[in-house]
Design a protein around this ligand. Structure first.
Ligand SMILES: *Cc1c(COP(=O)(O)O)cnc(C)c1O
Length: 421
């Protein structure tokens, strides 16, 4: 390989600033609104609601905080637990996306809920509606579903919502990765009864951190505002009837987010160009890129690929390490990631499915064939039924930074190709 390592690292996804952010931060500074109140927050909430097509947005310190308040509210609404402590979901099963970041479901555990993982569908790499139907057959009493869009490529969240409605369950949509993506022209973040978006530093737009809770339900919006600012009652002194949180967005952070929103479309266009360059550059290799479902428009946040099973060299992973044996004409995610790293390029494995995580080993996992706990990793023995484990085994995220140049990306593509030699 005649390439030399890049002098400047090629990253997976980093913040892309434009200048307006600084103006809004400076406004906050000059007017001394350096707290969790101010015009930047008001504007972020207005813009976030408008761009997602929902009635209310509540600015919070992170998407995880937003998901926590969604989960807590859902628990109270469903089970009527008093809001004087954690535990709104105590002992209750919750159906959760399986191939996602653990922040999607951590809040379920904060509230004492028990995640049940629903397998991924091959056609979208998102929660499989058929597996969700199966899960409701097995556990008809479940009343809450948490669904996350993967890497900005929407699955059939419309079908997931229909299934939830048919079973009288609430849907929380974690659109952290999918801001600006649509299904049938409708924005991700507007399908759930309650939803959340993220302004974390590597997302499609960023505030350095932060998130919003999105909903059409004014009761949730009001509760989220109250709980996120320590749950003060309306009284002349600090009066409390419920447990509170310090989850409100800072007006300084909101300045960054406010400055970023006008560039969401531009970032999506850049990410789409990156995806299409990979698709073209890798088309003669035995690989598939993130699937795009009919009637969806992704935001293309992270380009990813999976290697065809026939072209996988032997690869084994334990809880913390991976080994592989190179074979001519074949490769594996570990080899590609290690090779990219050698050239100063950042890639990443696909999210390791939650049902494979040590802390959830005893938790139920439902595939299209029903309860699969006893059969986990059965795909290795043939008869692929654990779709998440299979995609994790064969897949990786490719560097998708907006600021990567075309020539840098073409070099990255050559490095990937060399792994198949
Ligand atoms: C990034 C991410 C989150 C967490 O967002 P924060 O704003 O960092 O709390 C949650 N869910 C998914 C799917 C994510 O990718």
């Amino acid at each position: 390989m005649e390439f030399r390592p890049f002098e400047k690292k090629i990253w997976l996804a980093t913040p892309t600033m434009h200048g307006d952010e600084l103006r809004y931060i400076t406004d906050a500074y000059n007017t001394n609104w350096m707290s969790t109140v101010g015009e930047n927050i008001n504007e972020v909430e207005r813009i976030a609601a408008e761009s997602a097509g929902v009635k209310y947005a509540v600015g919070l310190s992170s998407c995880t905080a937003a998901l926590h308040l969604c989960v807590k509210f859902a628990g109270e609404r469903l089970y009527g637990r008093p809001a004087i402590s954690h535990g709104a979901l105590e002992g209750k099963k919750v159906f959760c996306s399986d191939m996602t970041f653990d922040a999607t479901l951590n809040p379920v555990v904060y509230e004492g809920g028990v995640p049940v993982f629903i397998d991924t569908e091959k056609e979208s790499w998102n929660m499989d509606p058929k597996a969700l139907e199966k899960a409701f057959e097995i556990y008809p009493d479940v009343k809450l579903v948490i669904y996350a869009e993967l890497y900005g490529f929407p699955g059939r969240v419309d079908l997931i919502k229909q299934i939830c409605e048919a079973h009288g369950a609430l849907l929380i949509e974690d659109a952290a990765e999918a801001m600006g993506a649509t299904l049938f022209g409708k924005q991700c973040g507007s399908f759930g009864d309650y939803a959340a978006v993220s302004y974390n530093g590597n997302k499609i737009i960023t505030g350095s951190s932060g998130g919003c809770l999105l909903t059409n339900d004014i009761e949730v919006a009001n509760k989220a505002r109250k709980w996120s600012t320590q749950a003060r009652e309306n009284a002349p002194w600090y009066q409390h009837e419920e447990v509170g949180y310090n989850y409100r967005m800072s007006n300084v952070i909101a300045g960054v987010v406010r400055g970023q929103y006008p560039y969401l479309g531009e970032h999506i266009a850049q990410k789409k160009a990156i995806y299409e360059r990979y698709k073209e550059g890798l088309k003669n290799l035995p690989v598939q890129m993130n699937p795009i479902v009919d009637n969806t428009e992704p935001n293309y946040w992270l380009s990813a690929m999976i290697i065809d099973r026939d072209s996988m060299c032997p690869q084994v992973r334990d809880d913390t390490k991976a080994l592989y044996v190179h074979q001519s004409g074949k490769t594996c995610p570990t080899e590609i990631l290690e090779t990219l790293a050698k050239y100063n390029v950042e890639g990443r494995p696909i999210w390791k499915p939650m049902h494979m995580q040590p802390m959830y080993r005893m938790h139920e996992f439902v595939t299209v064939n029903g309860s699969a706990r006893a059969k986990t990793n059965a795909y290795i023995a043939g008869g692929i039924e654990d779709v998440g484990a299979d995609i994790f085994d064969r897949g990786l995220c490719l560097p998708s930074d907006n600021k990567m140049t075309e020539s840098e990306q073409l070099a990255v593509i050559e490095i990937i190709k060399s792994c198949f030699n």
